[in-house]
Design a protein. Sequence first.
Length: 366
Amino acid sequence: MLNPSIGQNSSGMQWLLISPGTDQQKPISSSTGRPSKRKEGNCKLQIENRKLKIKKTEKLALALLTGCILSFSIFLLPTLLDAQPAPFKEKNFPRLIETSELAPLLNHASVRIIDMRSSLSDYLKGHIPNSVYLPVETLHVPRYGIPAQSPDRSFLEELIRDHLGISNPMWVVLYSERSNPNATFLAWTFDHLSHKKVAVVNGGWEKWVAEKLPTTQRYPSLSLGKFFGKVTPMNLAEKKWILDHLSSKGLVIVDARSPKQYSGEEGEEIRRGHIPGAKNLFWETLLEGDEVRVWRKREDLEKLFTESGVTKDKEVIVYGRTGRDASHLYFTLKYILGFPNIRLYRGSWIEWSADPNLPVKTGADP
């Protein structure tokens, strides 16, 4: 590319630099500002076997144009230098990610890490580098007077875009603590908005610390994202839909609460018990370990669900006290075991028990 500029040498003679990165020069008359005559006629510059007559105005225009191009290149340079390969192949993105897989990605521009632990104080004392804190209460709003319900799409889009700094092309990695389904609840929320690039850290915070991986007290620097969700109705169940399908042979309902809450021995809601026909599989039984809680092996998980009558040939509805604990079953069934047809009843027991027109059963049997 022709890139002319005008300078002056040590003797005071002006010169025209023909090509950047070289010292190819042509003398310019200091009195006229025009190329000096070595022979009669105008000076002709041979550039790439082409003869160009460069007038004063043409030189100025070329210099300005070149400056614009260089400025534009400089503007793009940081983006080009910072460009990184995708952390995962999208179709093979690990929905359950190990700490060893996350460790190399802490500074990856395409990855947003979210801390979903219960306590802000714990986050302030230390967290995974570049993770942003989100209290799970943000995902619970009243709906028609019923507490702890999921927000609508516009609320969630604003939260994800403006407060978490997430854009649609980004990968999202979530972690919480040992007995805490907060991360899987946010994973379901992203899934409901058709954002598939989401993973949950197996073992969460305790496993990260036990392996002596880096932590920090510094907050990440975030900018506004560009996120737009598309609601996926097929992963959601509402109470009317469940009531209409209670007697369906191709449907199985799974209650994620503890056995005592399921039977009605315990509970804080206005009515205790469970949805008639629902099987009970406490979400914490899907994990193993003491201080560090990780998911059981795949074959063990398959056995647990099969023994409860939950198989891939059926449509599965999961619910809990809220959608939060139900999300742990949802995540396990869909992304670890690969169940094709699964819905989460987001109103869950808080909504169902509040409606006196809906049936309730007590005891240990479905």
